[in-house]
Each structure stands twice: as structure tokens, then as C-alpha cells.
Design a protein around this ligand. Structure first.
Ligand code: UGA
Length: 457
């Protein structure tokens, strides 16, 4: 098939590279020539484990990139994977989706049938909105010349390549039978584990073995659009809940690690997304919960549980500041070292990261801040150009004259730091491990005051 992916960001480049690897002639369109050149030169436009190997292998063969829309004319399937940033009221700004719709409309071929797929996370009703725009700008007939459907992506940053080849589910939202059969054919190779595993082995990406096939789920467009928001919001609620329980565990001297484990043994609850943290963040959960809430308010059905999860998450960020202050007596004039700025490991993404909120709160109380992240420092500095903080090239340097070292992101390399040396450099040897990631015995044996989150003190 001929596939086009609009947007060479996280969604478009991963989706495009995956379909190219499955043998479809795939073109990624982006206005950013740096991204276009990167793909055509066989490199990745974004940091994502495994993506560069995939692009290197298929660029110039089944994968190409361009900043022109002409390729849409020959396409069987066009994925829209552009950004949907938040507006001031939290609702999603659809300007890039609308621009893509107009550009697609101007290049559709009236002699063929094209499926246009909303892959970005978009509000319920967007497929209908895009259909109206395309009809208006192309004068072509919906369901005859083209069809706009919903096929939300469920990729996790850091594991996107694994997730795109070995998904739990593929959700297709359309009642148009022709579109359904095109999508079924497009995804047919993912419904057999052999080809995906072959590709992952070829690019040398170590993945969790999986023997269950994905569930291929067809529904109507509006339900598919809703599934994406309802899923992300549910996961955010789950994390907020365990984080609140962890705070209570500290007050009642229970151990949140054991509590989460014990809860997760119930298959109705499951053990995933019960890891205590300084709160969820990133480029998806904050944006998607905000849009979901804005939509619910607009329709007079406010999602109280989601609203509480968002508030509770902000409280969790503030709790880290409070906990540090409780230990040090004051934050004024204290020097705090941060390990990790990204919202989770294996990504360079520092958009909407809890690190920036926690750091700003501490700066507001007069603390001096020094930070390290293996991948995220460049983006963090770019997003927060005016923050008066020191960036450390070596992780150990965050300990220099510090009164506390706070681990925010559980990068594997932080386990292997020279903790002896760090202890020698510190003014007061306090480690706050917000992911309960380090070995408490190991760190305490080195003379640190070590605290995790929710593990009783
Ligand atoms: C999330 C969803 O998990 C994906 O399914 C979805 O496709 C994606 O959003 C999206 O909408 O594009 P992602 O934002 O990459 O993926 O990150 P997650 O792995 O879900 O983590 C989100 C945040 O929750 C991170 O800050 C993470 O550290 C935190 N988290 C996660 C916890 O604090 N505890 C947990 O147990 C799990």
C-alpha cells in the first residue's frame, strides 16, 4: 500500500517508519526541513530508542520524507500525526490538524479512494470536523472518494518502537466498510507476531517477549476518539491514587511498595501503573486530562474523578518540596541537586515535566538548584531559558556542596553513580528517591539519610 504520515514528530515518524518496515511505500511529510533531511539521510528526527536503527534500514527503500503534499495524490492511507497543543482553557488547539486537512484536500485524487486517519489525540467529533473541511476544500464526496477515520495511537515514549510493532490493541473507529477493509489489510501483518518480531530482531531492539496477539477492535469514530482520552485519564487517575495512598502510608508507617504489590496481585487491579512517583507528567497526560476535563465541562458532565486526579498530582509535586523542607528545616539558602529532568527515563522529553514545577517552587523558597539529566538538559534549558539553575555535565556534580540530592527520574545509570564520592562532596548527606529506585540499604550503608516515597519513616 501507499502510506503517507503527516508530521515527523513522535507519532508520525514512528508510525511512518513502522509501516515502511512492514513493506508499505511510506512517505513522511513535515514542514521542518531538518526533520525531512534527517529521515532521508537515515537518521531519526527525535530521540526514541530503536527508531534510528529502523529509519536507517528503510530510508531510501520503502521510507522517504518530503515537505510537499503531492504524494497524497497517490496514497491509499494518509495518517495525520501533527501536534494538538493545549489552548489557555485546556482544550486542544486543532490548528495544525485543520491545516493538514486543507493540504490533504487540495491534493486528493478524485479517481481513487483514500482513507484519512486521525492518529493524533484529538477531541471527540474531530473526524467529523476534518471530513467537513476536506469536503469543503476538495469538493469530493465523503465515503465515495475519501473517508476520515479514527485510529488512536497508544505508544509510550521510550518504548514507542516496541509498542508500534507489538501493541495490546488496535482501535479502528469508522462505520465505513471500505475504510474498515483498507485498515484491516494495512494492519494484517501486526496480527501475526512473526513479522514484527523479525523486524525488532533485525534492528537489534531487545523487547519483552509477548505471545498474545493484539486485539483488533472496530467501533464507531466517536467511541474510538473517546477510548484514547478515557484510557490516558484512567492511567493518570491510577497513578494519582497510588501516590495519595503513598502519602498516607508515610503518615501511617505502611510500606507503599508492598501495598502496591499486594493490590496488584488482584488481577482486577493489575500491577501496572502503581509505581509511586513525584507525579505524572509529560507531553500526553497533562494535555489530555486538560482537554478531557474541558470537554466534560463544556457538556455539563464534569469528570470529577479526573479533576481530583489532576489536583492530587499537583499536590504530589508540592509534597516533594514540603518533604525536603521538613528534612532540612528550610529551603532558604540550601543547595539542592536534582537527578533527572525528563518525565520518565529513555526519553529526552522535558515538556510539562514535574521537574520544572518542583524546581520553580524550590527557587521561590530561596533554594539554589543544580541539575543533571542524561538526555533532557538541552530541551529543558530551551523550554526554561530564564531559570537561574546550574546544569551539570556529570551526574555526580549535583552533589557538590549540596544539602539534598533528589532523584526525580529513574535513569538506570543513576544506580551506578559514585555514591561514595557524592557523599564526600555533600554539605548534608540527604537523598530523596522519589521513585523508590535506589537500594535503600546500599545508600544508607554509605552514611546517607535516605528517604523514598511512601515507605514509612
Ligand atoms: C502515555 C500512555 O501511557 C500511552 O499509552 C499513550 O499512547 C501516550 O501517553 C500518548 O498519549 O501519546 P507516555 O506519556 O509516553 O505514554 O508515558 P507513560 O509511560 O504513560 O508515563 C506517564 C507519566 O506517568 C510519567 O511521568 C511516568 O513517570 C508516570 N508514571 C507512570 C508513574 O508515576 N507511575 C507509574 O506507575 C507509571
Amino acid at each position: 500500500m501507499k502510506v503517507v504520515c503527516i508530521g515527523a514528530g513522535y507519532v508520525g515518524s514512528v508510525t511512518g517508519a513502522a509501516f515502511a518496515a512492514l513493506g508499505h511505500h511510506t512517505t513522511v511529510i513535515d514542514i521542518d526541513t531538518n526533520k525531512v533531511n534527517a529521515i532521508n539521510e537515515g537518521t531519526s528526527p527525535i530521540f526514541e530508542p530503536g527508531l534510528e536503527a529502523l529509519i536507517r534500514k528503510f530510508s531510501g527503500r520503502t521510507l522517504a520524507a518530503t515537505n510537499q503534499y503531492e504524494v497524497v495524490t497517490d496514497a491509499d492511507v494518509v495518517f495525520i500525526g501533527v501536534g494538538t497543543p493545549s489552548k489557555e482553557d485546556g482544550s486542544a488547539d486543532l490548528k495544525y490538524i485543520e491545516l493538514a486537512a486543507r493540504n490533504i484536500a487540495e491534493h486528493l485524487d478524485r479517481n481513487r479512494y483514500t482513507v484519512i486517519v486521525n492518529k493524533s489525540t484529538v477531541p471527540v467529533g474531530t473526524a467529523e470536523h476534518v471530513t467537513a473541511l476536506i469536503s469543503q476544500y476538495s469538493n469530493l464526496t465523503n465515503n465515495e472518494h475519501f473517508s476520515v477515520i479514527s485510529n488512536p495511537e497508544f505508544l509510550r515514549e521510550g518504548y514507542a518502537v516496541e509498542d508500534v510493532f507489538l501493541p495490546d490493541r488496535i482501535v479502528i473507529g469508522t462505520m465505513d466498510n471500505q475504510a474498515r477493509s483498507v485498515m484491516k489489510e494495512l494492519y494484517s501483518q501486526l496480527m501475526d507476531l512473526q513479522k514484527p518480531i523479525e523486524v525488532l530482531q533485525e534492528i537489534g531492539l531487545a523487547v519483552q517477549p509477548k505471545d498474545e496477539l493484539p486485539v483488533y477492535f472496530e467501533t464507531d469514530t466517536r467511541s474510538a476518539e473517546m477510548i484514547k482520552y478515557a484510557s490516558n485519564a484512567f492511567l493518570a487517575v491510577k497513578i494519582s491514587y497510588i501516590n495519595e495512598v503513598a502519602r498516607l502510608c508515610e503518615a501511617l508507617q505502611s510500606n507503599a511498595l508492598d501495598v502496591a504489590k499486594g493490590m496488584g496481585l488482584d488481577s482486577r487491579i493489575g500491577n501496572k501503573f502503581l509505581q509511586v512517583s513525584s507525579g505524572w507528567s509529560g507531553s500526553c497526560f497533562p494535555k489530555d486530562t486538560a482537554e478531557f476535563l474541558a470537554a466534560s465541562r463544556k457538556h455539563g458532565r464534569e469528570l470529577n474523578v479526573v479533576k481530583a486526579a489532576v489536583e492530587s498530582n499537583l499536590e504530589m509535586h508540592a509534597y516533594i518540596v514540603e518533604k525536603t523542607k521538613r528534612k532540612l528545616g528550610t529551603l532558604f539558602g540550601k543547595r539542592i541537586g536534582f537527578l533527572g529532568l525528563t518525565f520518565k527515563p529513555n526519553t529526552d522529553d522535558t515538556r510539562n515535566t514535574q521537574a520544572s514545577i518542583i524546581i520553580q517552587m524550590m527557587l521561590g523558597q530561596g533554594a539554589n538548584i543544580q541539575v543533571h539529566d542524561p538526555q533532557g538538559m538541552e530541551m529543558f534549558r530551551h523550554i526554561n531559558p530564564n531559570l537561574p539553575i546550574a546544569y551539570c555535565d556529570q551526574a555526580e556534580q549535583v552533589a557538590l556542596n549540596a544539602d539534598a540530592v533528589i532523584l526525580l527520574t529513574h535513569w538506570e545509570e543513576y544506580v551506578h553513580l559514585d555514591w561514595n564520592e557524592m557523599g564526600n562532596m555533600m554539605n548534608f548527606k540527604y537523598v530523596l528517591d522519589t521513585r523508590n529506585f535506589l537500594s535503600s540499604h546500599f545508600i544508607r550503608d554509605k552514611g546517607f539519610h535516605y528517604e523514598g516515597l511512601g515507605v514509612g519513616i
